[in-house]
Design a protein around this ligand. Structure first.
Ligand SMILES: [Zn+2]
Length: 316
């Protein structure tokens, strides 16, 4: 099958659960989708009256002091990236997704949202559907801490915790992706959960945070590829290898994911604003995916920079 945009989208539609009629599109009728996507960035506003910090946080935790949607767009523009998935930033705002949802509402088609929800809450499905109506296309989860900064009492069994089963079930029904941020030792627990929930779309953050060169951790990540609805973000380059631009040393890590999952289950992302610190930058991270890495074809690059994230996070 020729790898056209139409075919890619069709393939994606077949592999994802049908969305509920109640899920509204984040884009205006007739508005064209175009442009490459940064599938993972955080934003926050210094308007703390409108978007108050959680009780555990202070303005000193805002580093930088502000990183608004407009500031993110200015960074993206330097590299011709036109859309972004805004990831709820629990250290500042916990379960209060107001700012990222407002950003998506104000710029339909430009931003999608990965929100956070307390899976122990009553009426979980209704609350998930409400987030979906407001523009969320993913839910962020993690093994050690809840969004309100309370500790998970039993990290090894985090996916057996009350509510997780329901969250994965309803996420599939609502066509919302489950997005784990975890360290690699938790990857096998995701594997077991995917067995139980084959229809749930799962997007692993930042290469599963595996250590480059660890064969065991590489296996934990790549064994997830047998589940057709598992995706991996090639992201947060600042955390891997030399931990500085221009990132050519990450080629083996990116190839590992590419060989296991293929371009239609990989998406590039920056992890801004953190990607902008300590010898790291946005431009080189984009350039590696767009022009570096000679094992990638133009079609592969288009998928990794655009179509995969579009299918998972920018569907109506
Ligand atoms: Zn992040």
């Amino acid at each position: 099958m020729q790898l056209t945009r139409r075919n890619l989208m069709k393939a994606g539609a077949m592999s994802l659960a049908a969305p509920l009629a109640g899920c509204v599109s984040t884009r205006l009728p007739g508005q064209a989708l175009s442009g490459d996507i940064d599938a993972h960035s955080h934003v926050w506003s210094d308007d703390l009256e409108k978007y108050p910090l959680g009780p555990w946080a202070t303005p000193a935790d805002m580093k930088p002091a502000t990183f608004t949607a407009d500031e993110l767009l200015a960074v993206m523009k330097t590299s011709g990236i036109e859309r972004a998935v805004l990831i709820q930033h629990a250290p500042l705002h916990g379960y209060d997704n107001s700012y990222v949802l407002d950003c998506a509402r104000k710029r339909p088609g430009t931003f999608s949202v990965v929100a956070m929800i307390n899976e122990r809450t009553p009426n979980l499905k209704e609350r998930l559907a409400d987030l979906c109506d407001q523009g969320a296309r993913g839910i962020r989860i993690g093994p050690t801490k809840h969004a309100d900064r309370t500790l998970n009492v039993d990290p090894p069994n985090w996916l057996n915790a009350p509510g997780m089963e329901l969250l994965w079930k309803h996420a599939a029904e609502l066509n919302v992706a489950v997005c784990p941020l975890l360290s690699p030792e938790f990857l096998p627990s995701v594997d077991a959960m995917c067995e139980k929930h084959p229809d749930t779309t799962v997007v692993i953050d930042h290469f599963g945070r595996i250590e480059m060169g660890s064969a065991e951790q590489a296996r934990w990540l790549t064994q997830l590829a047998k589940h057709p609805n598992v995706y991996v973000k090639a992201s947060a380059f600042r955390n891997f290898g030399d931990k500085r631009a221009p990132y050519g040393d990450l080629a083996p890590l990116i190839k590992l994911v590419f060989d296991a999952f293929g371009p239609s289950r990989m998406m590039w992302a920056s992890d801004c604003p953190y990607q902008l610190n300590d010898g790291n930058n946005y431009t080189d991270a984009v350039a590696l995916m767009r022009d570096g890495l000679d094992f990638l074809s133009d079609h592969d690059r288009r998928a990794i920079l655009r179509y995969t994230a579009e299918r998972v996070f920018f569907h109506g």
